[in-house]
Structure formats: C-alpha cells, structure tokens
Design a protein around this ligand. Structure first.
Ligand code: HEC
Length: 128
C-alpha cells in the first residue's frame, strides 16, 4: 500500500516536471520577444524572399549585404565586414553610426539587454 502511494507520488511528480518543462519551452525567449516586436515588421528569419528588408537567417557570422535577391543601399553594398556579435551590437545601437547612408529606417535599440538578447536569439538561426 505504502509502496503504491510512493509510486503514485513519483508519477505525479514526473508529470508535473514534464508539464513545467513543456511550458518553459513554449514561452518565447526574451530575444525572440525583442525580435518579434522590434525587427519582424521588416525582417524575416525563414530564408524566404527579402522584400522590405534582407532575411536574417544565419546573420551572425554572415558577410554584410550577402542576400542575393535583396537590393541593399549603396552604403551596405560597399561595406566590407562580417557580422560578429560586437558589430551587430554597434549596428543595433545606432545603424547610422555603422553605415551613415543605410536605408534601415530604425533608430536603434537603446537597451543593452535587448541588444544582447536579440543577438543571442539570432545566433540560433543558422542557414539550413
Ligand atoms: C523599418 C524596417 C526595419 C526594422 C524595424 C529593422 N530593420 Fe534591419 N534592415 C532594414 C533594411 C531596409 C535593411 C537594409 C539596409 C540597407 O540596405 O542599407 C536592414 C539591414 C539589417 C541588417 C544588415 C543585413 C545584411 O545582410 O547585411 C541587419 C543585421 C539588421 N537589419 C538587423 C535588424 C535587427 C536585429 C532589427 C531589430 C532589432 C532590425 N534590423 C530592425 C529594415 C529594418
């Protein structure tokens, strides 16, 4: 009888842990939330067609202005660097500080935490 109760107790505990696990996974990471609210209006992360803005799949470690079907501004086309987390941080703080004539109509992410979170999120989106 006692053994049965212990077994039942541990089954319930397992079920609770699984439930909490699934709930935590379903919740968006802080970086994903920043991306959705501040970037997703213009940028996709699907590797699809880039119309308003270049797709950002695999952006960390990608060369600047590398999306073939996107018409970049002359400012980005003539730039020559790779997007490291540090470079992205500068860009997100002040796009016009990195490329004066960029067409990214974005005033910047003032919060250092938001920048760190969204860069962390972008790191997880590598090209397939
Ligand atoms: C209002 C639309 C808009 C928003 C919002 C926006 N961007 Fe952009 N972004 C652009 C455009 C347009 C370009 C291309 C700029 C150019 O050609 O000069 C660009 C370019 C970029 C690039 C360079 C891409 C490459 O291939 O070199 C990065 C990185 C980037 N954006 C990241 C972000 C992130 C991260 C956010 C959110 C925090 C964001 N952008 C928000 C429109 C936007």
């Amino acid at each position: 009888m006692a053994a049965k109760r212990v077994l039942l107790g541990s089954l319930m505990l397992t079920a609770t842990v699984c439930f909490l696990h699934a709930a935590a996974r379903a919740e968006a990471s802080p970086g994903e939330a920043v991306f959705r609210s501040r970037c997703a209006n213009c940028h996709s992360l699907t590797g699809g067609l880039s119309t308003i803005a270049p797709d950002l799949t695999g952006i960390v470690g990608r060369k600047v202005a590398a999306v073939k079907d996107y018409q970049y501004s002359a400012a980005l086309r003539s730039a020559d660097f790779t997007w490291t987390p540090e470079k992205l941080d500068q860009w997100l703080r002040s796009p016009h500080g990195v490329a004066l004539e960029t067409e990214m109509a974005f005033t910047g992410l003032a919060s250092e935490k938001d920048r760190r979170d969204v860069i962390e999120f972008l790191k997880q989106h590598f090209a397939k």
